[in-house]
Ligand binder design. Sequence first.
Ligand SMILES: [Ca+2]
Ligand SMILES: [Ca+2]
Ligand SMILES: [Ca+2]
Length: 466
Amino acid sequence: MVRRVIVLLGALFFMAGLTWALPLHAAFSPDDGTAAGIKLKELADTDLGGIHTSAIPAASAGKLGSKSASEMDEKVLLDSSHNRLFSITDATYSNSATAATYDNTSPDGAIYIAPGTQTSGYITAEGESRWFLTNVDSPLKLTALMNPGAAVDYDLSLYKLDEATGILTRVSYSQKGNGQYEQLSHVADPGYYFVLVQSYVGSDTLNPFTLYVGLSDSYDANEPDDNPWFAKNQGSKTFSSSQNIDNFLDEDWTKISLPRNAPVRLLLNNPSAYGEYRLDLYDANLNSLGYLGQNSQGQVQLPAGDYYIRVWAPSSFDLTTPYTLSVSYQAADVTRVSITNITSDGGVQGFINYGYGDKWRIKNNITISGRAFDASGNPVANAPVTAALRVTINQQIFQASTTTDSQGYFSVSLNNLTSAAGNYSYYNNGLSIHYYDIIPIVFFSGDKQVSANIDSLYHFAYQIRA
Ligand SMILES: [Ca+2]
Ligand SMILES: [Ca+2]
Ligand SMILES: [Ca+2]
């Protein structure tokens, strides 16, 4: 299996209008690109161009699944940096050229990293820390991305300096598993921020970790939400969330909770002509369950539990055009649909009897309206409904799908049906002869056929004067 790494360039800031061709997945697809859970992101050196691919280190299962809650709690706080007095005047300003050798194992030795730049460093023993310092002049969103660059488990934290007391307070963190990048964001008041890269497992003196810090404005109301720990928790309710991708690294994470096994419908709508977004779905352990391209909807049956949704921009983003993430749940299986109306073109619309019982008469373009019910007779909201019919000529099948509204109602159109053969005829009061076919129509919810109050239609072909 080839695992792909998308290398994101700062240049994308200036190339938002350029969209690389990426495959869109109309429905949920197994994500063989990131089966281990999370993609690895890297910032390229500026002399690299285009999109690069390389291998993600193996065994990079999500840390949420690989460590117990108590283990995670233990590492959450860095006691040595809390409650210690630290004066900004003690901070050592340096540049990345000395990062490999400089002793920045404590905040006192923090290396300055300017917003919008990348630096690198090494951790030489498991458990060690490397500190960096940046400053924010005006209220902006701060994003930090750390890539361990090797099969080690380094984590990332962000601390705000209280200049009055010298106390560092942790304001964000990211703690994914082995070999994984860590990204955090923070809506930052002006001031000094310390970035901590710390080894949780392993060390690597050959492959440096990289650290990027950037600032962005025009961020959406759900920020900061750049990783699962800061995901917007939408619980178990149906929702639609309008957000934007405010920088090329921006990831928008949402957490959902299913109290019961249920079909979950996901829709990622992006009206932007420039940005191209994608939705990834993860289980509570950050194992990938699949992904969805923009402007498509998917349905997936999920067991009870917590899940994470990530929206991000693999290739290009559009700061000014929000996308909408919609998630809805189907409360029960549809077992029956009741069709209440079928409109048709050609002046043939009606519920009539050509001698084979009452049926809807149709021609080439129709809209079917009805309501979906569960086994107990209750309407089913947010349920998929597919209508399928088979015309006589070439036995061609036409089908279309929709979703029921909050009251279980739906409406679905089938257009450009092949004209009828006219195998049946009907003498219309001696005035004319109508030629038509009787064609089957069936309904599905998901991949299951459901019962319906109709099973066939009169497909009108033509009439001649008697
Ligand atoms: Ca980690
Ligand atoms: Ca965002
Ligand atoms: Ca975000």
